[in-house]
Write a protein of this length. Structure first.
Length: 444
């Protein structure tokens, strides 16, 4: 067994995985993408076992879903206990106490000195779409502002709000109307060709200008922004941007919606990433790690905003399923009992240091960025022109999973290696993972 618990016994993919791929090709549409040719069988903590008996360190973690790790005993126990009692009565028909309990707890976690309410749904896309519905109902205004590099989901509205065309939008139009897109402060690739420090936060100035050229502010119901961009490349805005954006929203009576689906729930070392920027959103969307893999998402916001829709206007058959709700309650307990926010910060410091050291040795690393345990490197084929290293990223991904480390890429050009390790990952596992990544860069 290798360092960190990795144990590779076959070629990758192994014979069973290859056989399952043949069956997959006959029964599953090709549009359902897979980052690896591996078939998972079981997992514990940061380790995943495949059907061929190989063991990996998983730094994709269900694309940020497993902050408490695979099969945490407390979550498993909660799920089993609830399944024994009742699987699903539908909250729209029969209420249950646990829904209220988790709503109370999540409303307490969201910042703001005002009354808050929480609605539960199934997926991140549903959470974003319902936040927009609520904003439109509250404001009686139609338009939504989203940003470049954004990913908000795959439903018609959230796909319209998502920025990346291929593969998320290609051949799927026409898209939902009244969605307006503005530049995001991607300082490594500034949309205005400027340099942070002397740019005067041009992105904020442009928003005010866009109200004369794109959409009048009196027509805008809400602005939806990933506090830290996820799928678009782990982009962290400069410290002035989000507070400035909030002031613009307040000036024009536009609701500020923080999409915390990937960057929330402890990923950045705080419960929610917006806490790093000293702002208070009007609504917050949560999903992914909220229930450790069970389908659950949430919209939490100001009570007067959340209460404006007609009765029956919100909900869904499976929304707030009691098994998923119990998993959500257990996740909050685990986060507190195991000090996962502190662990996220400690892990982030280590990962950033290792990447900064690598950047000095390997010019293929164009940029290193991170907040807490949400860390990424942007690969370039030419450091001077910053030409995206798309092929280099593919090679890194393949090398890593063949050596026992699961990663996923990100970015508009698929040239960003992103790390979403479970917050329960051990130091030995972190070291083993980073050694594999460094070895992959050596091969380039």
């Amino acid at each position: 067994m290798s360092k960190g618990g990795i144990n590779i016994n076959t070629e990758i993919p192994g014979p069973k995985s290859k056989e399952w791929t043949k069956r997959r090709e006959k029964s599953v549409p090709r549009g359902a993408f897979n980052a690896t040719p591996i078939y998972a069988e079981s997992g514990e903590g940061a380790l995943m076992n495949d059907t061929d008996g190989n063991r990996y360190i998983d730094f994709a973690a269900g694309i940020g879903v497993l902050n408490v790790g695979y099969s945490h005993p407390k979550v498993v126990e909660a799920v089993k206990a609830q399944a024994d009692k009742m699987m699903h009565p539908c909250f729209a028909v029969l209420q249950y106490e646990s829904y209220i309990e988790l709503a109370e707890k999540l409303s307490e976690k969201v910042a703001g000195d005002y009354d808050k309410k929480t609605l539960f749904l199934n997926s991140g896309a549903e959470a974003v779409e319902n936040a927009v519905k609520i904003a439109r109902s509250y404001s009686r205004k139609p338009a939504v502002i989203a940003f470049e590099n954004a990913f908000h989901g795959r439903t018609l509205l959230t796909m319209s709000m998502t920025a990346k065309v291929n593969p998320y939008k290609q051949h799927f139009g026409p898209f939902a109307p009244e969605v307006y897109r503005l530049p995001y402060p991607y300082c490594y690739r500034c949309p205005f060709g400027l340099t942070y420090g002397s740019c005067k936060i041009r992105c904020l100035e442009y928003i005010e200008e866009s109200f004369a050229t794109h959409i009048p502010p009196e027509d805008v119901a809400c602005l939806v922004i990933e506090t830290v961009v996820g799928e678009g490349g782990f982009i962290i805005p400069p410290k002035e941007f989000l507070p400035g954006l909030k002031k613009i929203c307040e000036k024009y009576n536009i609701l500020f919606v923080a999409d915390e689906i990937q960057c929330g729930y402890g990923r950045t070392g705080k419960m929610f990433a917006y806490e790093h920027f000293d702002i208070v959103p009007d609504m917050v969307t949560s999903a992914k790690s909220i229930a450790a893999g069970m389908p659950l998402s949430a919209v939490t916001g100001k009570a007067d905003v959340m209460d404006t829709t007609v009765i029956g206007g919100l909900g869904g058959t499976y929304s707030g399923n009691p098994v998923a709700i119990e998993a959500g309650l257990a996740v909050l307990d685990v986060m507190e009992e195991e000090n996962l926010l502190e662990k996220a910060n400690e892990m982030g410091e280590y990962l950033m240091k290792r990447f900064k050291d690598m950047q000095k040795k390997y010019p293929v690393i164009g940029d290193v960025r991170g907040l807490g345990a949400m860390v990424a490197i942007e690969l370039v084929s030419d450091p001077e022109s910053k030409k995206p290293g798309t092929e280099e990223t593919k090679k890194v991904m393949k090398y890593c999973y063949e050596k026992g480390l699961i990663l996923v890429k990100a970015g508009m050009y698929d040239n960003i290696v992103r790390l979403l390790p479970p917050l329960v990952t051990t130091k030995e596992q972190q070291e083993a993972a980073m050694d594999i990544i460094e070895d992959s860069l050596k091969t380039l």
